[in-house]
Design a protein around this ligand. Structure first.
Ligand SMILES: Cc1ncc(COP(=O)(O)O)c(C=O)c1O
Length: 315
């Protein structure tokens, strides 16, 4: 079995302006690469200037909580709405270890159901009551005609498991991400945002330009049975997409298999062997295979032999 460090991004904070779909204009929100976050002052200025109908806060690298309160406050002045794309961090939100976007003022939350939230592939929209009827109608009959019952059953189980184990799972996920980042940094990797504690989510972003770039490093790691994404960094031109400067790591899957901080140290060691020391990846692959053998059972979920209902107190 390979070590999967995927599901970790592209940075895509956006504002939509104009009336209706015709004449829709899409603009990016200003981004602060040092903070790896929206530049609140510059975004405030831009929102006041262009008066967007809708602002989307969403990214596929989310190391730190987005400034929901601040963006909502300025949007209120221009009668705009805020959508938070939680696709990558839903499991951390449900597990109460990240921000609470709806509580902080987002009008609508959209999300995948299969990244840090460990459900079947799909999507959800959560919103303030006032938007519910319009969104329901837009979804059906606007966009889809059918619900898939096997998916709904799987989603219900994932929701129940997150109700019961979500806090524990999300806590360990965030701890593991931090531990992996610290260990990689100590072993000579240029982990992004060292001065900010690296990460508050499940993701770790590493600048591997010194080692030949993201494409080369991701491919070497794959030969060693370690799966991760090559990833653009803010400093990269989009024309570098083929071989960007970074790799993106996500620890949600290895955490769900029961790995903790000690295992993050071991993983960082395998990565150092391949990337820094130049050890033949096929040699490391054998070690990774032996290492993953100990982690083949899914944790933070209902276990065989105990009925799911027994995990809950029903009144
Ligand atoms: C920011 C963001 N939003 C939404 C998605 C949609 O993901 P999916 O099609 O897997 O639900 C992605 C994909 O990774 C993403 O990066």
């Amino acid at each position: 079995m390979a070590l999967s460090l995927v599901h970790g991004g592209h940075i895509s904070y956006m504002g939509f302006g104009g009336a209706g779909v015709r004449g829709l204009k899409v603009e990016s929100l200003p981004f602060n690469p040092e903070e790896m976050n929206v530049d609140v002052d510059a975004a405030t200025k831009k929102i006041k200037e262009i008066k967007p109908t809708l602002v989307f806060l969403g990214a596929s690298v989310i190391l730190f909580p987005a400034p929901v309160k601040e963006i909502k406050k300025v949007l209120e002045e221009v009668n705009g709405f805020l959508v938070y794309d939680a696709s990558h961090v839903l499991g951390l939100i449900v597990g109460k270890q990240f921000q609470d976007p709806l509580g902080e003022g987002a009008d609508i939350l959209t999300s995948s159901t299969h990244k840090t939230f460990p459900g079947p592939q799909g999507g959800i929209v959560c919103c303030k009551k006032v938007f519910a009827e319009k969104i329901d109608k837009a979804v059906f009959p606007g966009l889809v005609s059918n619900h898939h019952l096997h998916h709904i059953a799987g989603f219900a189980i994932a929701l129940m498991e997150m109700e019961r184990f979500g806090v524990e799972y999300a806590k360990q996920t965030v701890r593991n991400a931090r531990a992996l980042a610290e260990n990689l940094y100590d072993k000579g990797f240029d982990v992004v945002c060292a001065d900010k504690g690296f990460t508050k989510s499940h993701q770790v972003l590493v600048d591997v330009s010194r080692f030949g770039g993201g494409a080369k490093v991701a491919s070497l790691l794959e030969e060693a049975n370690i799966i991760c994404n090559k990833n653009l960094l803010p400093k990269d031109d989009f024309r570098r997409a083929e071989n960007p400067s970074g790799i993106r790591l996500g620890v949600n899957e290895v955490t769900r298999l029961g790995m903790k901080e000690g295992e993050m140290e071991e993983i960082s060691g395998f990565m150092k062997n391949v990337v820094v020391d130049g050890v033949n990846p096929l040699k490391v692959a054998r070690k990774v295979k032996a290492f993953t053998k100990k982690f083949s059972t899914v944790k933070y979920c209902f276990q065989k032999g105990k009925q799911a209902y027994k995990y809950f107190d029903f009144y």
